[in-house]
Design a protein around this ligand. Structure first.
Ligand code: NAG
Ligand code: NAG
Ligand code: NAG
Ligand code: NAG
Ligand code: NAG
Ligand code: NAG
Ligand code: NAG
Length: 317
């Protein structure tokens, strides 16, 4: 069949529309591509526009964000308690609560022996988790004051975030904290003027009645700064450290927000007293873990080794 004039015209028209269609397709794709670019730029620009200047520290912990609750857990102990520190490093090194950054530090006063200078220095080189305060070792003559009042200058703004910690804890070295539960209990609470712990006397549930037990209490950063700045703590250092701490806050009208964490905090069930409680799942802290047997019983109860990975290298019955 011989192609006619009209066939040729039809061919040209078809071609024209086909080319038009191709152009349209390309331009749609380009539009999509552009919008992807814009989206990408938005996503990237979110980073510098955060109110928190990221520092090298953030890259080490990729999942930490400026929304994390930052806590300093200071465990007051003695330089010679090497085994205790080893044990507590295991306990806290294997807990990684989501949405929080918790720095665990061991706190003591001036070193006094030659061997300490070598061994504690080595520990610092290896773990960097020790605070040595300018004081002579004591329990009820101002060590707690030295701890809280030294902190603002020790940790101030070197990382850009303020406050450096939302909360500061003081704990005993025979205390076991369950960090995940601690964080959950803190989430709904105010971030300022907060005084949190186990109310003394043991039989009371009223957080305003007296003070929080030394097993482990927590305050918000504004109270830490107040302790550094106020004359009230400075002039009242002697006495049971937890009671003295409560006295400062009462005299200074601080800690208007109080939270009694009883009975998620308690003394180990044995020997039985009004301050003890059976181990139970809703636990933030167990205190008076005075020997290995009590520690092991507690750690087993909370299934702390359940995430141990199977391996050809070991077999644990
Ligand atoms: C973040 O860093 C920039 C410059 O490095 C500075 O101008 C800005 O004030 C910082 N912002 C905060 C919240 O620290
Ligand atoms: C970061 O988060 C992801 C998922 O949320 C998780 O798989 C990963 O293990 C986390 N990394 C660290 C270092 O925590
Ligand atoms: C440590 O405390 C002593 C007295 O308690 C004081 O004389 C000394 O200046 C303090 N040292 C530092 C480095 O603050
Ligand atoms: C603690 O040690 C430092 C130097 O190592 C010394 O300047 C300070 O006076 C000591 N403080 C006390 C209270 O002994
Ligand atoms: C941090 O503490 C040092 C020493 O007290 C002080 O000179 C400095 O101004 C403080 N920086 C901030 C940001 O508070
Ligand atoms: C701040 O940085 C120091 C080291 O520069 C680190 O030890 C500390 O844990 C950081 N604190 C916070 C709250 O990120
Ligand atoms: C520990 O694990 C056992 C067995 O899986 C479970 O029954 C128990 O509730 C767990 N205990 C806690 C405190 O989670």
């Amino acid at each position: 069949m011989k192609p006619t004039k009209s066939d040729g015209r039809r061919f040209i028209v078809t071609c024209f529309f086909f080319i038009l269609f191709l152009c349209l397709l390309v331009s749609i794709n380009k539009a999509q591509f552009d919008s992807l670019l814009i989206f990408g730029r938005c996503a990237l620009s979110k980073i510098p526009s955060q109110p928190y200047n990221s520092s090298s520290n953030d890259f080490l912990t990729p999942n930490s964000s400026s929304n994390d609750i930052r806590i300093l857990l200071g465990i007051l102990t003695l330089p010679d308690q090497y085994d205790r520190r080893h044990h507590l490093r295991l306990i806290y090194g294997t807990q990684s609560p989501v949405g929080a950054k918790i720095d665990v530090k061991f706190v003591f006063c001036n070193l006094t022996k030659e061997d300490q200078k070598v061994l504690v220095s080595l520990e610092i080189m290896r773990y960097d988790d020790i605070i040595i305060l300018n004081c002579t070792e004591n329990m009820n003559k101002g060590k707690t004051y030295a701890y809280f009042s030294s902190l603002p200058d020790m940790v101030n703004s070197s990382n850009g975030s303020y406050p450096p910690y939302h909360y500061v804890l003081k704990a005993d070295d025979d205390t076991y904290f369950r960090l995940e539960t601690l964080i959950e209990s803190l989430r709904p609470l105010p971030k300022e003027d907060l005084y949190y712990g186990f109310v003394i006397p043991c039989t009371s549930m009223d957080p305003f009645v007296h003070y929080m037990a030394g097993m482990g209490y927590l305050v918000s950063w504004d109270i830490v700064e107040w302790i550094r700045d106020s004359d009230i703590p400075k002039n009242h250092l002697e006495g049971p450290e937890d009671k003295v701490f409560g006295d400062w806050l009462r005299k200074g009208h601080r800690g208007k927000n109080r939270f009694n964490a009883k009975w998620s905090m308690y003394d180990y069930p044995e020997p039985r007293s009004v301050c003890t409680h059976e181990l139970w799942p809703d636990t933030v802290l167990v205190h008076r873990l005075k020997n290995r047997e009590k520690w092991i019983h507690t750690l087993k109860y909370f299934n702390i080794t359940q995430n141990l990975k199977p391996s050809k290298f070991y077999h644990i019955p």
